[in-house]
Ligand binder design. Structure first.
Ligand SMILES: [Zn+2]
Length: 430
């Protein structure tokens, strides 16, 4: 099947960097995106390409609107969607008071499925077409999440959480059951359609050394799976790690010793790292998930994007709902801008979009499939409409450049401005 979508097309070809390098982006004012069997066939100027479009090709006209690649959330918790915006604690207390009780409810499989459906639809409404997702410790929480993603043909990386100590009894597995359940889920779901499995130790504090060792074994047995965990989010947590793993050089060193730092390892937060840690992460191919709304909300600290990228670490943007306060990656970009600005680091609009599209795809090692409109990639994209709210319409009318327009959309836009979300060329939301 051949489809064409007309509109103002914008995507990144590389990292535009803090100076918004124009060679790293492509903007086609009146563009045409041609999709064949769910994949990008071509993008170009509508004036040139329309002549080559035959009568069998359906043309969707989004003139006056912006077509950009689908947004990618590098770290988010499905079960925490119901406790988003819960008041007033730092990480370790917040987990006990809000996150763990919400996760306990996932013992009920019907509840897990109902939340997964809501969660994925909410991602799509917000223009997020791919996410790296934490389920809960219950194996069926990963089953229901994958099944819900498969129904929507959504690209998703997810996994059952591993945790066997320093957490409520009801949420514990053990090193053997965690290994066995993860292995069964990998065999069932990893590489099926658009789904990928992430070995998911919650964080080093909630896993025994025996469990971290078992997780590392799995990571070695299945090198093309992901490893998804948290790293150096909160100072109290970092201090506790130093006590619990007295032999370690650093928090990252703990994961490294157990074979959990490798390509396709995604570490949420990465706030309290040394230069040595960043160099090690870059060398081993691990990636950092930058979660600004969560880091500010939980008072965790500042993400140093410049040091991370200067060290050569892959970085993608993430909402970290429910520590994060919005499902919207547009909102998340605006908070990223503020967090970097206060550290003297510029974040131009094109780079903010890069961090949630091609940059996020690179962080997740998915850039051969998604992230921009290179020919052959899966046609996941969204349509942004500045007219969908009064403030964005008014601000867009005054914008004199694409950069200015994008920047205003990042700050003022929300799910109302996502006019449509497409997965492999098929409309899935709005
Ligand atoms: Zn998290």
């Amino acid at each position: 099947m051949r489809q064409a979508f007309r509109g103002s097309i914008f995507h990144c070809l590389a990292d535009p960097g803090p100076r918004a390098e124009q060679s790293a982006i492509e903007h086609i004012e009146d563009g045409l995106l041609i999709v064949e069997d769910g994949r990008v066939a071509q993008v170009g100027d509508a004036g040139n390409l329309l002549a080559s479009v035959d009568e069998q090709t359906s043309i969707e006209d989004y003139s006056g609107k912006l077509i950009v690649p689908g947004l990618i959330d590098c770290h988010v918790h499905c079960p925490q969607v119901d406790i988003i915006a819960s008041y007033g604690e730092q990480l370790l207390d917040w987990l006990s008071k809000y996150a763990y009780p919400a996760e306990m409810q996932f013992a009920d499989e019907n509840h897990a499925r109902e939340v997964a459906d809501f969660f994925l639809d909410e991602l799509l409404r917000n223009g997020t077409t791919t996410a790296a997702v934490f389920a809960t410790v219950h194996p069926h929480s990963a089953d229901t999440l994958f099944a819900a993603a498969e129904e929507r043909n959504m690209r998703l990386v997810g996994g059952k959480v591993l945790m066997d100590e320093h957490c409520p009894e009801e949420l514990r597995d053990d090193p053997q059951s965690g290994y066995d359940d993860s292995k069964a889920l990998i065999e069932k779901w990893h590489g099926r359609g658009r789904l990928g499995y992430a070995i998911t130790p919650r964080f080093a504090l909630t896993s025994s050394e025996a469990q971290l060792d078992a997780a590392g074994q799995l990571a070695a047995e299945y090198p093309d799976t992901w490893v998804h965990t948290h790293l150096a989010e909160n100072q109290e947590e970092v201090d506790e790690i130093a006590r619990q793993f007295a032999w370690s050089r650093s928090y990252l060193d703990v994961y490294d010793r157990f074979g959990l730092l490798r390509e396709r390892s995604v570490f949420a937060h990465c706030l309290h790292l040394s230069a040595e840690d960043r160099a090690l992460m870059a060398k081993k191919g691990g990636a950092g998930a930058f979660c600004p709304t969560s880091n500010l909300f939980l008072g965790s600290g500042m993400f140093d994007l410049q040091s991370m990228t200067d060290s050569g670490v892959r970085v993608g943007l993430a909402t970290d709902v429910g520590g994060g306060t919005s499902m919207s990656l547009l909102r998340t970009m605006s908070e990223a801008y503020k967090m970097l600005h206060i550290q003297g680091q510029p974040l131009p609009a094109s780079r903010a979009l890069y961090l949630a599209t091609l940059g996020a795809a690179e962080a997740l090692y998915l850039d051969e499939h998604i992230g921009n409109f290179a020919a052959g990639k899966e046609a996941d994209f969204i349509v942004l409409d500045t007219d969908a709210s009064q403030i964005t319409a008014r601000r867009a009318a005054a914008a004199e450049s694409l950069d200015e327009l994008l920047f205003a959309l990042i700050f003022l836009g929300d799910d109302r401005n996502i006019a449509a979300t497409y997965l492999c060329g098929e409309r899935r939301a709005s």
